[in-house]
Each structure stands twice: as structure tokens, then as C-alpha cells.
Design a protein around this ligand. Structure first.
Ligand SMILES: [Cu+2]
Length: 312
């Protein structure tokens, strides 16, 4: 290879590497810049699996070059030529035991986190005990998001307001195609499925505006199913609620039915909504045949305990 050509390749590689490293954990990559305890715990899992992968990836890449250098056929080759070589108990032991150990470590930590995240976070960002959770009922539609606040009595479309430092229990269903609710800054996604009330605990430590979106392709208007999440202090949240109550129109059953039509709409807020509409939607799609805890959307205590305790 001519020297200038080689230098050119090195230059390109170096630029690419520095761009990658210097871009850091900006808000362009919300998963790498967690704004709450759930996303933080999930980021730790991502980091752990990346590190464990390196245990395999690094030696493989190094060995590739070592083997090319050592075994290539050239005049002064010192390595033995062994075309009949087939088996080595020692090597087998190495390349079976390492992945098994990696899987055990990864499996243990992943299972621990999964069970842990089935429960609300118990402490606020300053280490004090977390406030009582707030429940938000989420309905994905073609192609919009409807959020209902049973505790506050208000509803929104394509915009989400949450208090900081307080666990949010999302209850998820769909009145249209399946989707997933995803707020990458706050944590991983959970499915919205007809006839079911799925649950997702999230919490924002920092006030700010985060991106929310659907993570599961649901047809033509899917790309427009993104919304802004405004995480604000409890005070500002209360102000927002009373503001919506005083100045926004009511969501009637006919408003709701119009929303279920296949179209893309903007942001709107409602001072009230038909109380039973969420449960009705779940029942309509077969929820009435499900077990109680799947449709009884507003009561977190009705969910079967998966971890047995929250001390993990
Ligand atoms: Cu499912």
C-alpha cells in the first residue's frame, strides 16, 4: 500500500473516531442522557452489556490480526502448518465458559432490574422518600396519543404534563393499532394493546421538555405520533391543571369518537372527559374477558406482585 494512501485511511478513521467520541452524551441521544431513575437504571444495563460484549469483541478483533500475521504463508513463516488439526479440549473450555459466565452475569442483572422496575421508584432525586404516585391513562390511536388524568380529571392529546420527583404510573391501552409508549429520556417503552391495560412506571428527576413517541409502526400517520413531555415542579403542575380546568373545552363522548378516526391532529387539552371511557375502551376490545388486574386500570395495587418485594 502506498504511504499517502495509508495515511489517508488513517486520517478518515481518526476523524470518524473523534466525531464519535466528541459528540458525547448530548440530548441528541436521550437514552444516553437519562432524566430519571428508571432511565438511569436502564442505562446501567446498557453499559454493563456493552462492557461484557467487549470481553468477546476485543479478543476476537485482536486475534484476527494476530492470526493473519502469524499464519500467513510467507518465506520466513515460523508457525507450524497443521491442516489436519481439528480439536482442542482446552480451547473448547475457554470459548464455552466465557460466554456462559457472561450470560449468567447479564441475566442476573437484567432480571433484577426488570423486577425492580415493576414497582414505583421509592426515593426522590434528593434521597428523600418519593411522593405518592400519579396515574395517567394512555390511549394510542391512529395516529395520536390521548392522555387522561383520573386524579385531576383533565385530558390531553399529543402533549403530556408530569410533575417532577414523583413516580408516574402509566396505564396503557389502544383504541386503534398496537403501539408502544416511549419517552427515551425517562425509560424504556411499553406496549399499548387492545383489551389490555399495560403498566409502565417512569419518573422525571429534572424539570425539562422531553420527546415522547410511538416505538411500534402503526401505519401511515405513525411518523406524526410524537409528543412533548413537559416535566415541571408539583407547583407548576397544579397550576397547569387548574389552568386547563378553567380554559379548555370538555372532552365529550363525541369528541372522543372523533379522535378515534384515522387522522393526524395537533395538540389539545380538555378540562374533563367521560369518566368511564377508558375502561369502556379496554372492555370493548375483549378486556371484559381478561383477568381483573388487566382491565382495572386505575388501581396500581391490583397488579400482581412480580418481585414479591421492592427491596432489590
Ligand atoms: Cu403483547
Amino acid at each position: 500500500m502506498p504511504k499517502t494512501f495509508r495515511r489517508g485511511i488513517l486520517g478518515v478513521l481518526f476523524t470518524a473516531l473523534s466525531l464519535f467520541l466528541l459528540s458525547g452524551c448530548s440530548s441528541k441521544y436521550p437514552v444516553l442522557d437519562p432524566a430519571g431513575p428508571v432511565a438511569k437504571e436502564e442505562l446501567h444495563l446498557i453499559e454493563l452489556s456493552a462492557l461484557l460484549c467487549l470481553i468477546v469483541v476485543l479478543p476476537v478483533i485482536i486475534l484476527l490480526f494476530v492470526i493473519i500475521a502469524k499464519y500467513r504463508d510467507r518465506p520466513n513463516r515460523k508457525a507450524k502448518y497443521q491442516p489436519e488439526w481439528a480439536e482442542s479440549a482446552k480451547l473448547e473450555l475457554i470459548w464455552w465458559s466465557i460466554p456462559i459466565i457472561i450470560i449468567i452475569i447479564l441475566g442476573t442483572f437484567t432480571a433484577r432490574s426488570i423486577f425492580h422496575l415493576q414497582q414505583p421508584v421509592t426515593s426522590a432525586s434528593d434521597g428523600t422518600k418519593a411522593k405518592a404516585p400519579i396515574t395517567i391513562e394512555v390511549t394510542s390511536m391512529a395516529w395520536k396519543w390521548v392522555f387522561m388524568y383520573p386524579g385531576q380529571g383533565v385530558a390531553t392529546v399529543n402533549t403530556l404534563e408530569i410533575p417532577t420527583d414523583r413516580p408516574v404510573q402509566f396505564v396503557l391501552t389502544t383504541d386503534g393499532p398496537m403501539n408502544t409508549l416511549w419517552i427515551p429520556s425517562l425509560g424504556g417503552q411499553e406496549m399499548t394493546m387492545p383489551g389490555m391495560a399495560m403498566r409502565l412506571w417512569l419518573q422525571a428527576d429534572k424539570a425539562g421538555t422531553y420527546i415522547g413517541k410511538g416505538g411500534n409502526f402503526s401505519g401511515k400517520g405513525f411518523a406524526d405520533m410524537s409528543f412533548k413531555v413537559h416535566a415541571v415542579s408539583q407547583n407548576d403542575f397544579d397550576k397547569w391543571v387548574s389552568n386547563v380546568k378553567n380554559s379548555s373545552p370538555k372532552m365529550t363522548t363525541s369528541t372522543y369518537n372523533k379522535l378515534t378516526k384515522h387522522n393526524v391532529v395537533g395538540v389539545s387539552t380538555y378540562s374533563s372527559y367521560p369518566k368511564s371511557i377508558y375502561t369502556k375502551t379496554i372492555e370493548e376490545y375483549g378486556g371484559k374477558d381478561m383477568k381483573d388486574w388487566m382491565i382495572n386500570g386505575t388501581d396500581p395495587s391490583s397488579m400482581p406482585s412480580m418481585s414479591g418485594n421492592s427491596g432489590m
